[in-house]
Design a protein around this ligand. Sequence first.
Ligand code: COA
Length: 251
Amino acid sequence: MANWTLETHDLDRLGFTNLSALYGALGARPIPGLSERGGALSLSWPDRAWLAEGAAPDPEELSLIEAARAGQDLRLPLWQPPTPEQAAALAEAGYAVTTTQVAMSLRLDPEQRWPPSPDVARVEEPELLTWSAALSTAFGYLFDPAAARRLQADPRAELHAARREGELAGTAVLFVTDEVAGIHWVGVVPAHRRRGVARRLMHALLERARARGCRWVTLQASAAGLPLYESLGFVAGATVRTYRRLARRSS
Ligand SMILES: CC(C)(COP(=O)(O)OP(=O)(O)OC[C@H]1O[C@@H](n2cnc3c(N)ncnc32)[C@H](O)[C@@H]1OP(=O)(O)O)[C@@H](O)C(=O)NCCC(=O)NCCS
């Protein structure tokens, strides 16, 4: 899909491509009229639009995104900083940065093993609603259970749950594209935090990534997740700024 004519770091590219494929699995479609650089948009969960390479939209491209979003709330994750002109167009359209993450990657050593995580397991169909609710509580936004069902049906995806004291305490998704394992939605519900649940989830997912023959693991870290990923050997790459339209255009 992306042609990477821009100088994007190779590891960031792996992570971006994995994430785009994940959103594609959730129903993202090409943005009408955006033929030159390409881009995609999802008007259902995760309600996002992005251009190839995670580039910031030029004013004309932003107009096409605005037309395609058909009045819906959208997020625009940018893997590259906008130019002053692009930043001005985003501000004029009512967009501001609401989330900042760090793209991270890890080269998998096929010989490495992680401690076993007996309290982490794949999610079964009857538990998808509970799993989606736990993810929503962990992240503080509403995760659509329809997205969980879509992923559950996709052989590239594995939905995992961690249990603690008989409750579903944590969530995570492994999404495999070629030799890359993307780790997404590592979340622990507040009542179970600081007890090593996220670390055990990561150990289980890294082991699954190795077992599936992946060579690279990618993720986009929040500030809360960053120390854990660094302690596991992940290396920081691009800063991902997610813009969200907070206000209507004033004119
Ligand atoms: C980030 C999150 C997943 C951590 O879950 P957790 O189960 O509390 O983490 P763990 O107990 O396994 O801790 C693992 C490491 O993370 C770090 N950590 C955990 N909570 C932290 C916090 N609130 N602030 C700073 N570092 C923290 C520590 O370095 C800890 O290492 P230690 O075991 O040496 O103390 C959890 O806080 C969460 O769900 N946050 C909201 C969603 C989110 O941001 N997810 C990450 C997306 S990338």
